[in-house]
Design a protein around this ligand. Structure first.
Ligand code: ASP
Length: 324
């Protein structure tokens, strides 16, 4: 056979195999990769999502926690995974802040993925151990100024939402606190309740219940409007941090080159899940806001990711905190 024919036959065969694989997809469980520890805010949402997506996917979606480097180990793993549809990443705002926070990343968030769609937006809350002396936000600021060497602020590593919130908060009040990184805010919250660390900014998907049952004390919500799950908690903005407005957006990604038939199927399953009554009720209870259908699209995610990457770079540079 002439080389050019050989190439054509091989190409046709590969295409046929890819089409066959897409038609059978999923032929085994699909991993939904969570970049943070089990039991934390991203994990609880992902587990609900995996449940709601399994039926429309026509197969099981299972959560896998791949932790470390503020979420970046998981992002890199998915970027490098085979484009066969069996690894889906759910990640948040960190996808847009990590390029400014790290001098070197092993992936490019804007080019190394197939973009499935945005998922939810989640407000954050500033919380503390119950024995931490300040009881109100008004008491918190002078306390932090006077005791900054005694206060530890927990986060889930550089690139985590809790890190970003802390960075913005410390820069707004002009106090530098000692930060303690964890592999997710689930273990950070355990240590906060145990008194090993005092302060944490974390998503309502983890804090709502803890605040309601008074297992932690809360100082305020990071968004300009109150969180639907915590109607009695005032915003940081209305308590004096004018302009403080941070919501944690989430998106879903697959590795570059995943066949369109597969990414379309995952996008359709995501959109079905976002309307699933059990998923909707669970998100509502945790204060998460489901995105409108126009955002749960590849373009909706990609455009938002580019805009957010451009938005955060100068802010992070100004607040200053980088890793190699
Ligand atoms: N969302 C992370 C978690 O699930 C923590 C963070 O981003 O701060 O633990």
């Amino acid at each position: 056979m002439k080389p050019v024919f050989k190439m054509l036959v091989a190409g046709a065969l590969a295409l046929g195999l890819a089409q066959g694989a897409s038609a059978q997809y999923p032929a085994k469980p699909v991993n939904l990769i969570v970049p943070f520890a089990a039991g934390g805010p991203t994990d609880v949402v992902a587990r609900r999502l995996a449940e709601a997506m399994s039926k429309p996917m026509g197969g099981t979606v299972v959560v896998e926690n791949v932790v470390g480097a503020g979420g970046n180990i998981a992002v890199d793993k998915v970027a490098k995974s085979a484009p066969d549809g069996y690894n889906i990443l759910i990640h948040h705002i960190g996808m847009s802040t990590s390029p400014a926070l790290y001098r070197k990343l092993n992936y490019n968030a804007l080019t190394d993925f197939e973009y499935i769609g945005q998922v939810i937006d989640v407000p954050m809350t500033l919380v503390a151990n119950n024995n931490f002396p300040p009881n109100t936000f008004a008491e918190l600021l002078p306390y932090l100024k006077a005791n900054k060497d005694k206060v530890n602020y927990a986060n889930a590593g550089l690139g985590a939402a809790s890190h970003l919130c802390g960075l913005l908060f410390m820069s707004a009040i002009e106090v530098d606190l000692q930060t303690i990184p964890y592999k997710g805010t689930a273990p950070a919250m355990t240590d906060l309740q145990g008194g090993q660390v005092q302060l944490l900014c974390d998503q309502t998907t983890q804090t709502t219940q803890l605040i309601e049952t008074k297992r932690v004390k809360a100082y305020g919500v990071t968004t300009k409007v109150k969180a639907s799950s915590l109607p009695n908690l005032r915003t940081l903005d209305e308590q004096g941090l004018k302009g403080f407005d941070l919501a944690i957006w989430h998106g879903m990604y697959m590795s570059k080159g995943t066949p369109k038939a597969i990414t379309d199927k995952v996008n359709a399953a995501l959109n079905t899940a976002l309307k699933d009554p059990a998923f909707v009720a669970a998100m509502d209870k945790m204060g998460a806001i489901i995105v409108p259908p126009a955002k749960a699209t590849p373009d909706g995610l990609k455009n938002h990711l580019s805009a957010e990457t451009a938005k955060w770079a100068p802010i992070i540079k100004k607040a200053g905190q980088y890793a190699d």
